[in-house]
Design a binder for this molecule. Structure first.
Ligand SMILES: Cc1cc2nc3c(=O)[nH]c(=O)nc-3n(C[C@H](O)[C@H](O)[C@H](O)COP(=O)(O)OP(=O)(O)OC[C@H]3O[C@@H](n4cnc5c(N)ncnc54)[C@H](O)[C@@H]3O)c2cc1C
Length: 480
């Protein structure tokens, strides 16, 4: 496949045709209006595109993609632009324009009987959660960027968040999809079915594809009963092995009602005390590690709180728990959660951070943490590991704050070297080097390094079968 390299004349004529079909105001090229679409969350990449388009309907997306396909111009779909791996912006040399899904933001249907809802791809996640709550149902995907990320972006990155342990990740929450394919054809796969064994699960091809196989324009999502009781506990534990054992016990004691099981290191509480003293430590003494866990029941008569209390008391006796407190009110539960929510922010005060998003089988987490900590300390003396995150899913953000006083630029220059070692350890334990955020542009080479030749070849075959011209999000996920 040749690299996309549209001539100025091709771009001029494409632009004129798009203006005609979408309306001039929805084709953006003024530098100040274009700039926010080309900026990326972590500032690692600078986007570049001749213009961006903002279609308002599925039909307009299909028309725009068809025109781009005819012109041989690449398209980068963009949702809320909260992605962390440079997937949602075009880069210089990609030969691509940007297509924003912002205006496809209608909730088409909410059905409390089918426990389903159909929403357009540009709906903000928080609005989707709210629409479900209005009919007393739960849409369980919840993550830090929920006020600005879009459901289409969540599906395209197969987002996880804090409730994966109980409800699965985004891939598990879709019943059907509507997708514009790379030649502009519309595939209407908006089914509400829980069971449909009629061949390949096409919708799953687009979940996690990061916009490289087509543009998701709408989705039918699964809903759940809204919990009536939540038990939120903040627990000090002596080591990661105790946290893992506690997870197994909590699942058992609660009857699989654990909806979140988050891991927090002592260094996080130290940083909090220094930079966010208004957020109180719920326990009176510092402990080496912490767990924030939430269990949810459909009825307040379920005895969940008692079950968790009994389990914690036994775990204390067995030395797995050093201290623990259960939130006495919703307000206190919110306060406990604040500690988890500021994890990324609080690290910023301590200089540069090299970030990882790894997963391993839950039982392997203690050995991962031990090996990875030693490896990075050998590489960069004084480095400060700050591993936190979704222990219940075997997924931690193995973030590494710079040594105090080090030059941030020089430290960040070692990102690739340090990451390769951390990724080798995770993959060596049967894990993944990218548990949540996807590949985007950032981890394409890492994928080629760690995946087998068979797997990379399969990815390339799928990509070329659906997108023979290579116009959908060029340069991301898989290189041809
Ligand atoms: C503060 C914060 C906390 C986070 N916490 C978590 C977490 O706990 N768990 C987790 O899993 N993730 C987490 N993330 C990552 C998050 O899941 C993604 O940023 C989000 O899902 C992307 O949605 P978006 O609408 O912003 O997509 P964008 O960033 O705009 O795009 C992401 C990718 O999807 C593609 N895309 C977007 N929309 C479409 C579409 N309609 N059709 C086809 N392709 C499309 C883009 O081309 C790009 O490749 C977090 C991110 C932030 C900033």
């Amino acid at each position: 496949m040749t690299r996309l390299d549209p001539s100025p004349e091709t771009l001029r004529s494409l632009r004129a045709r798009l203006e005609e079909r979408l309306g001039e105001r929805y084709v953006i090229s003024e530098p100040d209006q274009l700039a926010p679409f080309l900026a990326e969350e972590r500032g690692r990449y600078q986007g570049a595109a001749p213009f961006a388009i903002r279609p308002g309907t599925t039909e307009e997306v299909a028309v725009a993609v068809k025109l781009c396909a005819e012109a041989g111009v690449g398209i980068v779909p963009q949702g809320g632009n909260t992605g962390l791996v440079g997937g949602g912006i075009p880069l210089a040399g990609d030969g691509a324009i940007l297509l924003s899904l912002q205006r496809l933001n209608r909730i088409r249907q909410v059905d409390p009987i089918d426990y389903s809802m159909t929403v357009e791809a540009g709906c903000i996640l928080e609005n989707v959660q709210q629409a479900a709550a209005e009919v007393d149902r739960l849409f369980p995907l919840s993550l830090g960027a929920e006020g600005s990320c879009q459901i289409g972006g969540n599906i395209s990155t197969n987002a996880g968040g804090i409730h994966v342990l109980r409800y699965g990740n985004m891939r598990d929450l879709i019943l059907g999809l509507e997708v514009v394919l790379p030649d502009g054809t519309l595939w209407d796969g908006l089914k509400v079915l829980r069971k449909d064994n009629t061949g390949y699960a096409l919708k799953q091809l687009f979940a996690g594809a990061e916009g490289t196989l087509g543009i998701i324009t709408a989705a039918t999502l699964k809903l759940f009963a809204r919990p009536r009781e939540q038990v939120v506990a903040f627990i000090g534990v002596p080591n990661p092995a105790a946290a893992v054992e506690l997870l197994a016990r909590t699942r058992l004691a609660s009857g699989e009602a654990v909806t979140a099981f988050e891991f927090i290191p002592a260094i996080a509480l130290d940083f909090l005390a220094k930079h966010n003293p208004e957020i109180a430590d719920p326990l009176s003494e510092r402990h080496p590690w912490y767990v924030l866990t939430e269990s949810s029941a459909g009825s307040s008569a379920a005895g969940l709180r008692e079950a968790i209390e009994t389990m914690l008391a036994e775990a204390f006796e067995d030395g797995l728990v050093l201290d623990a407190t259960i939130a006495a009110s919703e307000a206190q539960a919110v306060d406990f959660w604040k500690i988890r929510e500021v994890m990324v922010e609080v690290q910023r005060h301590e200089g540069a951070s090299i970030k990882h998003d790894i997963s391993v089988p839950v039982s392997k987490m203690p050995v991962f943490l031990e090996q990875a900590t030693k490896a990075v300390e050998d590489l960069v003396p004084g480095i400060r590991p700050f591993p936190f995150g979704h222990l219940g899913d075997g997924n931690v953000h193995f973030n590494l704050s710079q040594p105090p006083g080090a030059d941030p630029k020089a430290y960040l220059a070692r990102w690739e070297e340090v990451s390769r070692r951390v990724h080798e350890i995770a993959v060596g334990l049967g894990g993944s080097f990218s548990a949540e955020h996807g590949l985007g542009r950032m981890k394409v080479e890492e994928n080629e390094h760690f995946k087998s030749a068979v797997e990379i070849e399969l990815l390339r075959k799928l990509k070329t079968a659906l997108d023979p011209q290579g116009i959908m999000n060029p340069g991301k996920v898989v290189r041809l």
